[in-house]
Write a protein that binds this ligand. Structure first.
Ligand SMILES: Cc1cc2nc3c(=O)[nH]c(=O)nc-3n(C[C@H](O)[C@H](O)[C@H](O)COP(=O)(O)O)c2cc1C
Length: 187
């Protein structure tokens, strides 16, 4: 892989909110899950669990009953796949470590693993969108998700119906400091 290939892939990804009716193959879904499965995690606990929802009725129920108000997101039911990114929260090591460090390790773990999934999808020419604006309790009831499992995000997946719309990103010198907070960063 050339140095630039990874950045090209990263920059290809965008939040896609319109999808073609074309099916996503199970082979492609498994490929993305394999990327997610190989993510690093705190104490190697691998707390991620993914539910793959393709059923039209379930997708409509998610769009109609499980989203928080205020954002127009009915479009999610037209995505061929909705991934429910969950975390197993019952690991004692995670809990003890979090008490001491005040870090939420399973949230970090699912963020990393989920982005592996998303970038793998981009590498296959598929598009995704992270969705955080949902009612967790309703999703859990709809999909029989156990009590000790936390739903951390939905991710829509499909073939994009539109070109990438570029969201503005902060410059390198705004997001990086050299040696100490506030020092000039990279250009
Ligand atoms: C944790 C998380 C939650 C998000 N929730 C939503 C959402 O509920 N609805 C939505 O349309 N986009 C959602 N997004 C997408 C962001 O709006 C998007 O990533 C951001 O505007 C930057 O655009 P880009 O992904 O195209 O670079 C979410 C992204 C993340 C990482």
């Amino acid at each position: 892989m050339k140095n630039n290939d990874f950045l090209t892939l990263v920059k290809k990804r965008f939040s896609c909110r319109a999808y073609l009716e074309k099916e996503v193959t199970d082979e492609d879904i498994a490929y993305c899950l394999e990327a997610a499965r190989n993510a690093p995690s705190s104490c190697n606990k691998q707390p991620w669990r993914y539910i793959v929802v393709k059923d039209k009725i379930l997708k409509s129920s998610i769009a109609e009953k499980c989203l928080l108000p205020g954002l127009k997101m009915k479009w999610i039911q037209d995505a061929p796949v909705i991934i429910i990114a969950c975390a197993q929260t019952s690991f004692v090591t995670h809990k003890l470590a979090s008490l001491l460090s005040k870090n939420n390790y399973y949230q970090i773990d699912i963020g990393i693993s989920g982005e592996h999934f998303v970038l793998a999808a981009s590498s296959l020419g598929l598009a995704t969108c992270w969705i955080g604006w949902y009612k967790e309790r309703k999703i859990k009831r709809l999909l029989n998700i156990p009590r000790r499992v936390k739903v951390l995000s939905l991710i829509t997946l499909g073939h994009p119906k539109c070109e990438k719309t570029s969201a503005s990103k902060l410059s390198l010198n705004k997001i990086s400091f050299i040696e100490k907070w506030g020092n000039n960063g990279y250009e």
